[in-house]
Design a binder for this molecule. Structure first.
Ligand SMILES: C[S@@+](CC[C@H](N)C(=O)[O-])C[C@H]1O[C@@H](n2cnc3c(N)ncnc32)[C@H](O)[C@@H]1O
Length: 210
């Protein structure tokens, strides 16, 4: 199947099944391959608009979702949408009041499909997605529960393996994967981190006698 045929195929499938975007099939595939979410999880979703992933998250967790995007998003029942830029360090302070309202102390998972408009230039797309991934990790260090999961999307490049190496010590498992629902020509990958080890526990490990 050509890249265009693949795009059309998932676009039609999303329309038929009432998903807001063909991206919904990417999360379904990640879920099937890597069991990212479970019933009852509290999820922070980044780069949510127009809401295909949000629909999938809601259907699995059956919990309220807090979703953030630069662009507006049509309402979905049980979804608390924040229109904001994750590159702004103040974003955490905009998320926290919703956490309090929903009695969420920390999130079970932070999922990001965020990507700025692609330029078609590999290096530029790689570095802009790398910077978004870095911000998602920084936000997660503040808001993720012990044992939690992070998923980020990245356009592969020179910094992908260093990125994985930098963040994987903070988790029990990490892996890079791609999905069939991505465009064939795309260098898009998802990086999955599972089993967050909070600073506190890391300190305990480092202090415990050998
Ligand atoms: C591929 S789309 C997400 C599609 C979505 N997952 C779905 O299933 O419908 C990427 C989104 O990332 C958002 N985004 C890009 N940069 C962002 C940033 N700095 N802060 C918040 N959202 C951002 C874009 O506005 C865009 O809506």
């Amino acid at each position: 199947m050509s890249a265009q045929d693949r795009k059309d195929y998932y676009y039609k499938k999303a329309k038929q099944q009432n998903y807001r975007s063909r991206a919904a099939f990417k999360l379904m595939e990640l879920q099937t391959k890597s069991s990212i979410l479970k019933y009852g999880d509290n999820v922070l979703e980044i780069g949510s608009s127009p809401g295909g992933w949000t629909q999938i998250i809601r259907s699995i967790t059956e919990r309220p979702v807090i979703s953030v995007d630069l662009n507006d998003m049509e309402p979905i029942e049980g979804v608390y949408f924040i229109r904001g830029n994750i590159s702004n360090p103040a974003i955490n302070e905009r998320i926290k009041p919703y956490m309090e309202k929903l009695h969420i102390e920390k999130f079970s998972a932070v999922l990001s499909d965020a990507m700025s408009r692609t330029s078609g230039k590999r290096d530029i797309d790689h570095s802009s997605s790398y910077l978004l991934c870095k911000r998602v990790m920084e936000i997660s260090m503040d808001l993720l529960a012990e044992g939690g999961t992070v998923v980020v999307k990245q356009f592969q490049g020179d910094l992908t393996i260093p990125f994985l190496n930098e963040w994987s010590p903070r988790f029990r498992n990490s892996r890079i994967t791609n999905v069939a629902a991505s465009r064939e020509s795309s260098s898009e990958v998802y990086i999955i981190f599972k089993g967050y080890i909070s600073e506190h526990e890391t300190d305990q490990f480092s202090q415990s006698p050998l």
